[in-house]
Design a protein around this ligand. Sequence first.
Ligand code: DP6
Length: 434
Amino acid sequence: MASEKPLAAVTCTAPVNIAVIKYWGKRDEELVLPINSSLSVTLHQDQLKTTTTAVISKDFTEDRIWLNGREEDVGQPRLQACLREIRCLARKRRNSRDGDPLPSSLSCKVHVASVNNFPTAAGLASSAAGYACLVAAGVGLSPVIPVLKRLMGEKHCRPGVQDQPGQHTYTLARVYGVESDLSEVARRGSGSACRSLYGGFVEWQMGEQADGKDSIARQVAPESHWPELRVLILVVSAEKKLTGSTVGMRASVETSPLLRFRAESVVPARMAEMARCIRERDFPSFAQLTMKDSNQFHATCLDTFPPISYLNAISWRIIHLVHRFNAHHGDTKVAYTFDAGPNAVIFTLDDTVAEFVAAVWHGFPPGSNGDTFLKGLQVRPAPLSAELQAALAMEPTPGGVKYIIVTQVGPGPQILDDPCAHLLGPDGLPKPAA
Ligand code: DP6
């Protein structure tokens, strides 16, 4: 039991992001520098988020971390690198400011608790949200937090209060005035985490410098930019993936000539084209490029030796369903993308969601879970026309898709100002689950 009150406690939430131009491969494993730039869409935290509380106290004798209620080894190298960088940043900020109100905090140990409201390690970029949240909470412990809160506006600091779209998506990094520093810290935990520091549409510029100072994430457009855009996550498997991203991309860098070609000759033009599609809200081009880039990423996995395969038979059936749906309409109305796992992430516009959900329902009828098949944003039920059903030409695979999460583009990390939101009690231990 702690004898003193904690010196500081901060709770933050951070979003999941889904890349439409994929990051795959590092040129520097230690600094986590990529071989190509990437671009992602930040998903709304109403449906998918990580919540993290970080607490410092003079009483703590060691750093400790709990993930989804279970204590984890704090000695994991990525976690250690991230904590080290957070402390480094705090020290740097203290040196550049007078009168640090919490000078002793820098030598204190930290307790961290983090929970996801979605399956961990199922290819849903949980590590990105997790490390972005750790960075947000970790830097939030530093003395600049009152400044941050004032600039974000009180309402943004309270849980459950909707912000004005686009108003504060980049606040965390901008307020600190250390965009590159925050990218660096998040990246050390997991490369894609630096993209979860922002809402809306985000690019991670690979940079050229050996020290990685120019390898930073930046917002391309805020979450309010494309309000009709919808994102559907088709959860095929909630099991832990066989080959993690870090191990997989290392093998691809070592053995895949296709990956080198992709990084050097394909991605630069695609980054520019994707930014244009987003700027002009050109859905068909956005959708086609998203699918092509996902396919090329998975092709580099197959080109890796021994080969890596993240897609399963259900993933492939979803791919066929999307192409047949689009062919039936004579227009690209839906796109798929897959990360390092079999779950499909679908992009479409709000006027197509109901019909596409009807198509998925037909292809993968739910068993007893019909009531819980659709999660997230409301979808008004739509019948499947006989013509579309014929065009899909699919024998139904019952239970192939476990459930669908319907979401949209969302904001970046949030600070929760309510002590009730803390996942750790005043003793620095996880509060019992309510
Ligand atoms: C397929 O960011 O998880 O999701 O940097 O090794 O932690 P590490 O990898 P990670 O890789 C993400 C790969 C991807 C594509 C993407 O999100 O860009």
